[in-house]
Design a protein around this ligand. Structure first.
Ligand SMILES: Nc1ncnc2c1ncn2[C@@H]1O[C@H](COP(=O)(O)OP(=O)(O)OP(=O)(O)O)[C@@H](O)[C@H]1O
Ligand SMILES: [Mg+2]
Length: 404
């Protein structure tokens, strides 16, 4: 299942991430279809028109078919915000999204383009002239700038202190989300010299990430795609090699550039952060939609969890922290009441101690999710929350999260 090795000069991008110029339209009425075909005739074979609307587009994009742009008829959507949220989860951020619909209200245009990040919105009736003037130049030109609303969601995972299970949570939550068929995810391990994400996945990273962080000017999205190890069709791992010279201080723009590139390609980016946090990595907290703080039921761990929560609050200006009490049932650990009292509120997610098979899985290089099925169940509330999937999580959790 896993690609065993990779390096900076690897030849081909992983399947499903090729930057291919193919435009697919999902249109339901004859008149719009005819206008589109006539107006975009110059694109020849690059253009494909399918019958349907948003639902068909979501289904199509879920198959990871390589496209550069999608034109989607959204006539009659009852709740555009929710429906387009679903599209955002499956559509890679760098795919242009051109919407067509019946709503001519300027407020609706603002909602879908400015707030939800569609590349453009064209109201019906579509005419050949409108298509040629508004759509053609943007479809045949360079990729549009990525609006912030479309950039991938960063989920920063930090342990309150060493050994509490941060990497376990990051790796397995990313795998669980990928298993749900939601878009493309990346797992970025920023523990550069002694990271264990690759070990947990049985993968062997090359020097690509180090080069990217040390010499950001040299790298582009294609480079990162090539150093990303394919863990499964919807999940890539970007991690540092296991040995080598010490890294020294990294230029702060390295982490920023890598994050920007990943956010343009992936819907979700899980970042395994080192403890203590290197100063040049604070940027991760600033752009994170969620900061997942993992801790044990003991006092030092709880104290440090509060410190990280405070740092995240300062970096992001709002409380985006999700607290994960890991190994909640650890023998001798604090009970729920004491944990709640120390935290000031119940943890958002609690995962029990899952026994020796967890460590066995690391020694075997097999993800814990495969050896310990209960882990998948315990991770679901976290995965639902970070992916914005309909949640059965307690209301108090939802209320505290301010979405970006
Ligand atoms: N819920 C759990 N039940 C039992 N064992 C667990 C659980 N969660 C994690 N572990 C085990 O705890 C150990 C430490 O986990 P992990 O490496 O994920 O922690 P970490 O916080 O990333 O540590 P580091 O500070 O070294 O990066 C591993 O052996 C892992 O298998
Ligand atoms: Mg770790």
């Amino acid at each position: 299942m896993l690609a065993r090795s990779n390096n900076a000069e690897a030849p081909a991008p992983p399947p499903g991430l090729e930057t291919e110029r193919r435009i697919v339209a999902f249109i339901d009425d004859e008149a719009s279809t005819a206008a589109l075909r006539a107006g975009l005739a110059g694109l020849g074979d690059l253009m494909e028109v399918k019958r349907g609307g948003l639902r068909q587009a979501v289904r199509f994009l879920r198959t990871l078919a390589p496209v550069s742009a999608a034109i989607i008829d959204i006539s009659g959507l009852a709740d555009p915000r929710t429906d387009l949220d679903e599209l955002a989860r499956v559509c890679p951020p760098d795919v242009g999204v051109f919407l067509i619909g019946e709503n001519t209200d300027i407020g609706f245009y603002r909602l879908v383009v400015h707030d939800l990040g569609a590349t453009d919105y064209v109201p019906k009736p579509l005419t050949r002239d409108l298509v040629q003037r508004l759509l053609l130049p943007r479809l045949s030109g360079a990729a549009p700038d990525l609006p912030d609303a479309r950039a991938g969601h960063v989920i920063a995972v930090c342990g309150a202190r060493g050994g509490v299970g941060a990497t376990t949570i990051a790796v397995n939550a990313a795998l669980r989300l990928a298993g749900l068929g939601q878009g493309q995810s990346a797992l970025l391990d920023l523990n550069l010299r002694n990271g264990t994400a690759a070990m947990m996945l049985g993968a062997k990273p090359g020097p690509g990430l180090r080069i990217a962080l040390q010499e950001p000017a040299r790298i582009d999205a294609l480079f990162l795609e090539r150093v990303a190890i394919s863990v499964q069709p919807r999940l890539r791992l970007i991690a540092g090699e296991e040995s080598g010279e010490p890294l020294g201080v990294l230029p702060p723009e390295g982490v920023e550039h890598v994050l920007d590139l990943l956010r343009s390609k992936f819907n979700f980016i899980f970042v395994d952060l080192p403890v203590p946090l290197r100063p040049e990595m604070k940027r991760v907290l600033a752009v994170a939609r969620n900061v997942v703080v993992v801790f044990h039921p003991d006092l030092p761990s709880l104290r440090d969890a509060q410190t990280i929560r405070q740092a995240a609050l300062v970096a992001t200006g709002s409380d985006r922290v999700l607290t994960v009490l890991n190994r909640a049932t650890l023998r001798g650990g604090l009970n729920r009441d004491l944990v709640q009292r120390a935290l000031g509120q119940p943890p958002d997610i609690a995962i029990p101690d899952l026994g020796n098979r967890m460590v066995e899985s690391i020694n075997l290089g097999v993800p814990a999710l495969q050896r310990v099925p209960a882990l998948a169940r315990h991770l679901m509330p976290l995965v639902r929350e970070v992916a914005g999937l309909r949640s059965e999580a307690p209301r108090s959790l939802l209320r505290r999260i301010i979405r970006r």
